[in-house]
Design a binder for this molecule. Structure first.
Ligand code: SF4
Length: 85
């Protein structure tokens, strides 16, 4: 249990905690392309000043997170990175 807490500790310092977390994932309704672009821009802006960006990105890439912005990268950007490796 303490190992899990230690390895996930970065989440406690995530800049996306709180109400702004909604921009990191698609809404539960149809989202137009421009809405998605704008939402993802907002999320990436928050990521750009996040102190745990590296931990978050590594987590998302190693777990193969399928949805949302993680570590400043979209689903497609993570997929591209994984295809290159
Ligand atoms: S890098 Fe972005 S998605 Fe990851 S914890 Fe920080 S703000 Fe959240």
């Amino acid at each position: 249990m303490s190992v899990l807490i230690a390895t996930q500790d970065w989440r406690l310092r995530a800049a996306c905690r709180g109400p702004q977390s909604t921009v990191f994932f698609p809404p539960p309704r149809f989202e137009r392309k421009e809405e998605k672009r704008q939402r993802e821009r907002q999320a990436k802006e928050i990521c750009s000043s996040c102190s745990v960006l590296g931990d978050c990105r590594n987590h998302a890439l190693s777990r193969g997170e399928q949805h949302g912005i993680w570590g400043g990268l979209s689903e497609n950007e993570r997929r591209s990175l994984l295809d290159l490796s």
